[in-house]
Structures are given as structure tokens and as C-alpha cells.
Design a protein around this ligand. Structure first.
Ligand SMILES: CC(C)(COP(=O)(O)OP(=O)(O)OC[C@H]1O[C@@H](n2cnc3c(N)ncnc32)[C@H](O)[C@@H]1OP(=O)(O)O)[C@@H](O)C(=O)NCCC(=O)NCCS
Length: 145
């Protein structure tokens, strides 16, 4: 059974989430392991667990210029667990958390090939496509009620 929880940075779960990010997000596009962690210490971290294994993760980074916007980052589900609803459940957890904390908007930089994943969860694109880590991205946002 997959369970979901918030994790702190001084835990083994956080180290497992970093490794999952290396495998799922960074290595496939040639970024060195641990090479994209600039907002970790200011963020809320979430994990999907299968027993002791972290099979999915994401974080919410409160944007420093705004008291009402958070950025969804580092969204990853282990390759062998993709397509089972784990990514959707993680985002739903984050949305619930963001509402509870009275944030008004969740933004994200979506890789072009996963825009429809976020769209199915209510996010919409805005602005122009842009390149980040050498790949095409779209700005997306979800306005919270
Ligand atoms: C993108 C990712 C997080 C999705 O997680 P997942 O657990 O596989 O997705 P889910 O099974 O929860 O899918 C939820 C819905 O989105 C759809 N979906 C998932 N990935 C999709 C994609 N790449 N393109 C279009 N639709 C997608 C599913 O078909 C499902 O649709 P349904 O509700 O109609 O059945 C995961 O595939 C992943 O980690 N990919 C590699 C890393 C990555 O690109 N991260 C995002 C960086 S911005």
C-alpha cells in the first residue's frame, strides 16, 4: 500500500527522495547528482512511501517575493511505479497542504512532455515556453479557492 507523508530534511526518507530525484529527474537529462537542490532548505517536502521505500516525491517552495504563492518542484515518481496514480496523489496532498496554509496559488515549471499530467490536475499554462536545464518548459499555475 502506498502512503503519503511530509518529510523533514534530517531523515532517511529525505535522503531516499534525493536519490529518487537523481535517478528520475537529473540523470536522464545529464545533470550531476544533487545538482538541483537550491531551494531544498526553504521548502516543504513530501514523499509517497511503499513500505520503507520512497517511490515518489515533490516539494513546495514558498516564493520569497510573495506571501501567497508556492512553487511545486522536484516532482518525481520511480519509473517502475509510474502510471499508477502516485503522482496525482502527491499533487493532491500538496494542494491540500497549500490550502490549509492559506496559499492562493501553486505555480510550477512543467517539462513540456508532462504538461498534460498537470493539466489533468487543474493546472493551466500561462506565458511563453522557456528553456530550463536545456529542455523546454511551460509555466503552469493552479489557483486555490
Ligand atoms: C510526471 C510524473 C510525475 C507523473 O506521475 P505518475 O505517477 O506516473 O502519474 P499518475 O499515474 O498519477 O497520472 C495521473 C494522470 O496523468 C496522466 N499522465 C501521467 N504522466 C503523463 C504524461 N507524461 N503526459 C500526459 N499525461 C500523463 C496519467 O495518464 C493519468 O491520467 P488519468 O487520470 O486520465 O488516468 C512521472 O511520470 C515522473 O516522475 N516522470 C519523470 C520525471 C518528470 O518528468 N517529472 C516532472 C518534472 S516537471
Amino acid at each position: 500500500m502506498i502512503t503519503h507523508k511530509r518529510i523533514e530534511m534530517d531523515t532517511i526518507e529525505y535522503q531516499k527522495a534525493r536519490e529518487l530525484r537523481n535517478e528520475t529527474l537529473l540523470r536522464p537529462i545529464g545533470i550531476p547528482d544533487y545538482g538541483w537542490e537550491m531551494h531544498d532548505s526553504e521548502s516543504f517536502h513530501f514523499a509517497a512511501m511503499d513500505g520503507d521505500s520512497v517511490v515518489g516525491c515533490a516539494l513546495l517552495y514558498p516564493l520569497p517575493d510573495s506571501r501567497v504563492d508556492v512553487q511545486l518542484m522536484q516532482m518525481a515518481v520511480a519509473e517502475w511505479m509510474q502510471g499508477k496514480g502516485i503522482g496525482r496523489d502527491i499533487v493532491n496532498e500538496l494542494v491540500h497542504f497549500a490550502r490549509f496554509r492559506c496559499y492562493h496559488r501553486i505555480v510550477c515549471h512543467s517539462r513540456e512532455n508532462v504538461v498534460d499530467f498537470y493539466r489533468k490536475l487543474g493546472f493551466v499554462t500561462y506565458g511563453e515556453p522557456f528553456k530550463e536545464v536545456k529542455i523546454l518548459h511551460r509555466h503552469m499555475q493552479l489557483i486555490l479557492d
